[in-house]
Design a protein around this ligand. Sequence first.
Ligand SMILES: Cc1cc2nc3c(=O)[nH]c(=O)nc-3n(C[C@H](O)[C@H](O)[C@H](O)COP(=O)(O)OP(=O)(O)OC[C@H]3O[C@@H](n4cnc5c(N)ncnc54)[C@H](O)[C@@H]3O)c2cc1C
Length: 507
Amino acid sequence: MNANYDVLIIGTGISGLTCAMKLAENKDLKIALVTRGKKPEESNTYWAQGGIIYIQDDDKLIGNDIQSASRDTSFDKAIEVLVNESSPILREILFEKAKTEFTKNDDGSLAFTQEAAHSFPRILFNADATGKAIEISLLNYLSKFSNVTIYTKATAIDLIAPSHHGTTIHQRYEENKIVGAYIFDQEKKNVMKVLAKKTVLATGGLNALYLHHTNGLGARGDGHAMVRRAGGLVTNMEFIQFHPTTFFGPVAQKRFLISEAVRGEGAKLVNPKGERFMERYHKDLELAPRDVVSDAIMTEMIENKWDSVFLDITHESEKHLKHRFPTIFNHLIEHKINMSTDLIPVVPAAHYTCGGVKVDLLGRTTIKHLYAVGEVACTGLHGENRLASTSLLEGLTFGYKAAVDIQEQIKECKLYKNEKIKDWVTSKEEIDLSLINQDKMIIKHTMWNYVGIKKSRNRLLRAQAMMRELNIQIQKFYRNAELRDELIGLRNSVEVTQMIIHAALHA
Ligand SMILES: Cc1cc2nc3c(=O)[nH]c(=O)nc-3n(C[C@H](O)[C@H](O)[C@H](O)COP(=O)(O)OP(=O)(O)OC[C@H]3O[C@@H](n4cnc5c(N)ncnc54)[C@H](O)[C@@H]3O)c2cc1C
């Protein structure tokens, strides 16, 4: 099946939805949103707990806070965009249009919370389910627009570049540009050729490549891999942020997050001996930047052979904790932990991708007609370590700015001729799921043990050799096998591991 749109947006988290909302206001534009999820809300955005920063006019410290969390590696101009432009966008999109609910004080004013490395409370939240409130309100607002079509269970396989996917040799001489994407329909098991004047990648991060992570299972770097195959640049790929406090429960791999807001509201980190160990690592104790806290926890665990450390918020009442952190409270109760009386066992896990597809401050990638927004993109805002709760705002701001730029540019664009792009050729060999699962586990263990919080040249070299060999095997297998979402993800994952390892080795 083929389809034509003005704009194709891949990904339905905060960045893709914001971009779609802003574009949809122009009724002349036909927009497609695709997601590999079964439902449009399946995204990391949905799971965001802590909140979204709201930069008020009198906030003179935000730039410093972002830079000091990243140890002065953030891009000043990206910070300037956030400081100067994000608040009107947040008010327009979340307050006025989507009417997102945020927690209020008793007097009806907006409540603000604090997280690590913030100078003062500047984070809007909705209890401990802020992402869900944002995602659902954006989707509700978007449902009013008849010029937007949402495709679920639809996995983007590859971006379409005429110089590579053209039907004639002459097209190889055209400049590199993106004119849409091949999209795999998971139910019908066929591949759609979706052509668009502009394509926006909003596919999120890659943290599910690690054994222990907080992300949805689809955070496997599909966007990064597609861009590299299309000849675009990625940058800062070695900067993976590990969240210090995820619940050390019986379920491995996707770990339940214990939001930083819990530490923001006074929780202390203690080791199994009951010592408040952050005193030995940083003057800001539990509110030190994330990478410092994660590193400190790993040091404690490795040196003492402990399985986890603990969060202690037992100074707060059950009534307060149930009200302030209902999702976390209930999750822990299911595991027989009452956070008002018991310590919470926690370990770090891969959480956020600070680097990504290199973009300018309008979300434009290094390839013509292709934009990237949200966690898949690298604006440089986060440098090597993100300040908590800045990513939702980055997705919102740059999703919006990309839409504004597309509206200006699109008048000059024409759709590429469908008949001049090859149809997807499908392979038929039946897939062996155990191969896919085993390869996935090799990737996750290797990334966790050799490319994790504590890296060394030897570990990285070992990982590089292993992933190179695995890549050869997976590419062979991919060429002949019947397509499915897991296989698309596996091929992308192994390619992305090599980008991370290469970046880490050359840092
Ligand atoms: C547990 C948790 C808590 C967090 N808490 C906070 C917080 O409090 N504050 C904050 O600022 N940030 C937080 N973050 C980070 C933040 O949620 C993400 O950075 C942000 O939501 C990313 O938004 P996005 O639009 O870039 O992508 P996502 O929300 O991740 O959405 C990605 C979309 O791309 C789709 N997709 C991916 N690959 C393909 C493909 N090949 N084909 C089709 N579709 C595809 C997915 O299905 C999904 O729709 C948290 C993250 C997690 C995991």
